[in-house]
Design a protein around this ligand. Structure first.
Ligand SMILES: [Zn+2]
Length: 226
């Protein structure tokens, strides 16, 4: 009798223990995300391809052309929280005045992918620690470059995307004046629109205010199908 009465209590405890992963985090799942958006519409993950007409996607983790050599995502999708998407849209309009457009390599990233990157490449200078999660997991970071709007070609930048070299640091010296101008352009316009470049990656921009948004572990299929 007593055991039966206690069962619901123990099952609650079990759920609480299971919700926290081995890195001590409890990322938001789809159901919790839906509730969050009801109480705070700013938390919505916006499909950037639909929200910003003309934006170009080259979602590398949906291909094998990335540092892991494996396809991590099932779908080539780019999502970001609503205020992030709005800021990026304004940045795109300003880039367009200079004849350039945005090409996105990665935006919102499910937490499970961050764990995978860490387990492949354990240097947290270049991959986020699964103990904290990435700002990509919060829907608040964009990996991107610029393209020439006439030709569609990428502008020359100091390194390839996801390069682990020091040349990728935004503070690294650049001898080619064209490359320096391109790097200055992407950073200055993104900074003007509430983003901050990451100290070791010229392509990574964090939305200022990312702290207000939780780490999520929702895959693209779940987002797409709702
Ligand atoms: Zn990034």
């Amino acid at each position: 009798m007593r055991t039966i009465l206690l069962l619901p209590f123990f099952s609650f405890l079990l759920i609480a223990v299971h919700a926290q992963n081995k890195y001590g985090l409890t990322p938001t799942n789809y159901e919790a995300y839906v509730n969050d958006v009801k109480s705070n519409p700013e938390k919505e993950l916006v499909d950037l391809e639909k929200f910003i007409p003309g934006i170009v996607l080259d979602i590398r983790y949906a291909t094998t052309n990335n540092f892991t050599g494996e396809q991590i995502y099932n779908l080539p999708k780019a999502y970001a929280r609503k205020p992030v998407a709005e800021a990026l849209k304004k940045a795109q309009a300003e880039f367009a005045k200079q004849g350039v457009g945005i090409k996105i390599f990665d935006a919102y990233r499910p937490y499970s992918a961050t764990v995978k990157f860490y387990e492949v490449y354990r240097d947290t200078t270049y991959v986020a620690s699964p103990y904290k999660g990435s700002r990509h997991n919060r829907g608040c970071a964009i990996d991107m470059t610029l393209i020439d709007l006439k030709t569609g070609k990428e502008l020359k930048m100091p390194t390839e995307y996801d390069s682990f070299k020091e040349e990728a640091w935004p503070s690294a010296p650049v001898s080619d004046p064209v490359v320096r101008k391109n790097r200055d352009l992407i950073i200055s316009i993104m900074h003007k629109h509430d983003f901050t470049v990451y100290a070791s990656e010229w392509w990574h921009f964090d939305f200022n205010g990312w702290q207000k948004f939780e780490v999520m572990n929702i895959d693209f299929e779940e987002l797409k199908n709702h």
